[in-house]
Design a binder for this molecule. Structure first.
Ligand code: NAP
Length: 280
């Protein structure tokens, strides 16, 4: 039987409805998300459009600031500093990819932790070691949410996270550990990936390599969360999991697009409301 698809669009829609109610409870309090982008990047344009739509639906004012090509790290820091000091700004994010010469870590550290709605400041990354982080990294929180939506018992579940990046793989592993699942993190140093993925009840793939995980690498019935976003040979967006073969083996599977992506945007909105003081 083919896998049950985890429809990120539907899950995100339900989340946005709940978030709208939380926003309304804040009444006249301003909730403003500022997006900073240097130059114009087609991939970022898609993200900004999706974020803008979600913000509108939830009732968050989204302010998009486009900084000119040639903006230096010092210019960007000055702008972030100004936004850190603006009382009407609840949260901000800096669209990626960043131009050469701007260090992503410097940017993450410059944003005031209470306005860091992407959850990438070391202070927010640190609090994910606690059980209930206020502003968790959005993609990791989205992957966690999708797994929870399956209704699987996570306690003791063998969980394999493929990819150990700071903003995706590592935080996912920590968040899933809180559910008492038994987490293995695989990466470029892993000797035999298939040996790990084949015994996993849950596989989360966050690498950026199309087709890295195939159906024959999965345990029948496994829950497979595909975080990857890659441009396929025909120009279409594909994940890190070979969808056609995985669908025949997995129990649950996220499509790409339409899986982790929309839930990540909803998490960004949730973090923005939390930054504005909403209990959500
Ligand atoms: P990243 O920083 O490039 O990290 C990729 C990770 O994969 C690294 O830890 C790398 O290990 C590991 N890796 C590389 N080749 C591997 C292999 N053959 N086997 C096992 N592990 C391997 O990327 P990222 O920011 O985590 O993003 C990963 C993917 O998720 C990308 O496709 C990105 O576009 C996508 N993404 C999606 C969302 C969303 O909302 N859906 C959000 C963020 C990112 P080493 O560092 O040791 O080389």
């Amino acid at each position: 039987m083919p896998a049950q698809l985890l429809d990120g669009r539907q899950i995100a829609k339900r989340m946005r409805e709940r978030l709208r109610e939380a926003r309304d409870r804040l009444a006249t309090r301003p909730v403003r998300l500022v997006s900073l982008e240097i130059g114009q990047n087609p991939a970022a344009a898609v993200y900004v459009r999706n974020q803008r739509r979600a913000a509108e639906e939830v009732g968050i004012d989204m302010e998009v600031q486009n900084l000119p090509v040639g903006t230096t790290e010092a210019d960007l820091m000055a702008r972030i500093d100004e936004l850190n000091g603006r009382d009407d700004v609840s949260g901000m994010l800096v669209q990626r990819p960043l131009p050469p010469g701007i260090d992503g870590r410097h940017v993450q550290m410059a944003i005031a932790p209470h306005k860091d709605v992407e959850g990438m400041h070391p202070a927010n990354m640190g609090t994910i070691l606690y059980k209930e982080p206020l502003l968790p990294p959005c993609t990791a929180a989205a992957a966690q949410q999708l797994i929870v939506e399956t209704g699987m018992d996570l306690r003791g579940a063998e969980t394999v996270v493929v990819g150990h990046s700071e903003i995706v793989g590592k935080p996912i592993a920590v968040l899933l550990l809180h559910h008492l699942s038994t987490v293995t993190v695989c990466h470029i140093g892993t000797r035999n990936l298939i040996e790990h993925t084949r015994r996993a009840d849950i596989v989360v793939v966050a690498v950026g390599k199309p087709g890295l995980v195939h159906g024959d690498m999965l345990k029948p019935g496994a829950c497979v969360i595909d975080v990857g976003i890659n441009q396929g040979a025909d120009g279409k967006i594909v994940g890190d999991v070979d969808f056609a073969s995985a669908e025949q083996v997995a129990g649950f599977l996220t499509p790409v697009p339409g899986g982790v992506g929309p839930v990540t945007v909803a998490m960004l909105m949730r973090n923005t409301l939390r930054a504005a003081g909403a209990e959500v």
